[in-house]
Design a protein around this ligand. Structure first.
Ligand code: DGL
Length: 267
């Protein structure tokens, strides 16, 4: 088979990475995509680096076994904790969500005061802060964990008053920092964009890593001549547990039903 026809692999701890899938599908209508949601181990945001790296390696090997030419780590926590190991260990190109999000934020900021909101594990790793400093050591960034956001989003409470209260509490240090650019460093947070924008005010730029990652992946594939030039791309879904919940949440996240999910345990 021509290399350009091989699928792109994309994975997340669960359904959150569907935000990246959606953005990627909009840009690459002809590409075949395999999506894996590790619903047996979600959430990654409260787990150790060792555990997340082990899961990420097992899923990557499964996807590579299915012939993927390119791997997208759609999960911020897995990108923060496991990306160097995946790059060292696997024989395919791997893109995570952190660098594309940071690149867009660094371009957007005027005051040089950035903030990142993410899971506890992503914040504890300081992967975002490192990447921001690498891009420009003069930028000042704070990182804040918002662990209640993931269950609120999965509950569908995107604009519920409770979510507004939680957001005001979590974003207090972010506002005090004088932030002009806020990175949504978790797959679920784009759904809270209106609520977060209300708290931060209209002048603060919110950066959606899903959109930025899709942009990066499509431009890299295009530059390497790895995009099919005809046909309609298929998407195949895998999850490691709970097909009913996966399908119900996928419908919520994608805004349309998906027909089928195949259950695969990978550890
Ligand atoms: N996908 C995770 C992330 O982007 C959020 C959910 C989890 O904790 O697994 O960090």
């Amino acid at each position: 088979m021509k290399r350009s026809r091989l699928p792109i692999g994309i994975f997340d701890s669960g359904v959150g990475g569907l935000t990246v899938l959606k953005a990627l599908r909009n840009r690459l209508p002809r590409a075949d995509i395999l999506y894996f949601g590790d619903t047996a181990h979600v959430p990654y945001g409260s787990k150790s680096k060792e555990a997340v790296t082990r899961y990420a390696l097992a899923i990557s090997r499964f996807l590579i076994g299915r012939g993927v030419k390119f791997l997208v780590v759609a999960c911020n926590t897995a990108s923060a904790l496991a990306l160097p190991t995946l790059r060292r260990t696997l024989g395919v190109a791997v893109v995570g969500v952190i660098r594309p999000g940071v690149r867009a934020a660094v371009q957007a900021t005027r005051s040089g005061r950035l903030a990142v909101i993410a899971t506890e594990a992503t914040v504890a790793s300081h992967a975002y802060r490192r990447e921001i400093r690498r891009s420009n050591p003069r930028l000042r960034a704070i990182e804040t964990a918002c662990p209640l956001f993931v269950p609120l989003v999965e509950e569908g409470w995107w604009s519920h008053p409770v979510t507004g209260m939680v957001a005001r509490r979590y974003l207090r240090p972010v506002c005090r920092h004088g932030t002009d650019t806020l990175i949504l460093g978790c797959t679920h947070y784009p759904f809270l964009r209106p609520a977060l924008q209300r708290v931060m005010g209209p002048k603060v730029r919110l950066i959606d890593s899903a959109e930025e990652t899709a942009r990066e992946v499509s431009s890299r594939l295009r530059l390497s001549g790895l995009l099919p030039d005809a046909g309609r791309g298929r998407t195949e879904f895998f999850a490691s547990d709970g097909p009913e919940r996966f399908l119900a949440l996928a419908r919520k996240f994608l805004g349309k039903p998906i027909e089928e999910v195949t259950i695969r345990r990978v550890d």
